[in-house]
Ligand binder design. Structure first.
Ligand SMILES: NC(=O)c1ccc[n+]([C@@H]2O[C@H](COP(=O)([O-])OP(=O)(O)OC[C@H]3O[C@@H](n4cnc5c(N)ncnc54)[C@H](O)[C@@H]3O)[C@@H](O)[C@H]2O)c1
Length: 248
């Protein structure tokens, strides 16, 4: 008899999954391969609609700006009507800003915080009531090693990722009685459009990493799959660092 797949028929929203070559796309493909129905939630200018179409009846694109509470309400309602209330949320959408404190304007700081931090809060808030009713749910928040230390980190980006780590732990504690698990992943350097640059830049970045290479997006997606599936049924409130010993 065939074993059910780890995410068989689970409904997963993955934000920022409309970047071709990004971590969200890798998560969407891996989740679909593992039986999930996947909502690619991203901005209209992204490749989200095309990526969702490539997943066939396991993919659905929803135009979502993670900073908009109204858009989140509409997204979750649409998904519930189309398939079911989401079982899984991966808060993956994010923006990078390589600036120190004294180079960062207030508007730039607010934008990074609004997307990386407030967007994650709004996503959790939008799915949590339905998850509580069902007494089950798995939330995975994408942080960064930039949110694990001070030195050498871009100011607003690091601040926003520190906050996501904190929100993850607070939410995990509060939501555990309702069967909802909340965990985070802190990737090191991953070869995605966010990093940009050609092979030379990737080689330069790899020279700082003990394993001597940057991560492929799928190497982060496999961690997200573990945290989203019942394989991690007793795991909540943890931070998985996926950085090949960069912060060891
Ligand atoms: N690439 C890395 O080295 C690295 C390392 C650590 C953490 N991260 C984190 O991993 C996550 C994924 O990053 P990636 O490297 O795949 O980047 P990426 O730039 O390829 O993808 C980011 C996605 O977020 C989307 N997005 C941006 N603003 C949005 C908004 N307001 N609403 C909805 N979607 C929005 C973009 O459209 C894009 O599709 C991010 O949270 C990032 O901070 C990346």
């Amino acid at each position: 008899m065939n074993q059910p797949l780890p995410l068989q028929d689970r409904v997963a929203i993955i934000t920022g999954a409309g970047s071709r070559g990004g971590q969200g796309e890798a998560e969407a493909r891996l989740f679909a391969e593992n039986g999930a129905r996947v909502v690619i939630a991203d901005l209209p200018g992204s490749e989200g609609a095309a990526i969702a179409a490539e997943l066939g009846d396991r993919g659905l694109f929803v135009d979502l700006d993670v900073t908009s509470e109204e858009a989140w309400t509409a997204c979750v309602a649409h998904v519930a009507e189309h398939w079911a209330h989401p079982d899984i949320l991966v808060n993956n959408a994010g923006v990078w800003l390589a600036k120190r404190l004294e180079e960062t304007s207030a508007a730039e700081f607010r934008r990074v915080v609004e997307i990386n931090e407030t967007g994650t809060f709004l996503g959790m808030a939008a799915v949590v009531e339905g998850m509580k009713e069902r007494r089950s749910g798995a939330i995975v928040n994408i942080c960064s090693v930039a949110g694990m230390k001070g030195g050498g980190q871009p100011f607003a980006y690091a601040a926003s990722k520190w906050a996501v780590r904190g929100m993850t732990r607070v939410a995990a504690y509060d939501l555990a009685p309702f069967g909802i698990r909340v965990n985070s992943i802190s990737p090191g350097v991953v070869a995605t459009p966010m990093i940009g640059g050609g092979p030379e830049e990737l080689e330069r970045l790899a020279s700082f990493i003990p394993s001597g290479r940057v991560a492929e997006p799928r190497e982060i997606a496999t961690v997200a799959l573990f945290l989203a599936s019942d394989a991690s049924s007793y795991v909540s409130g943890i931070e998985v660092t996926a950085d090949a010993a960069l912060t060891a």
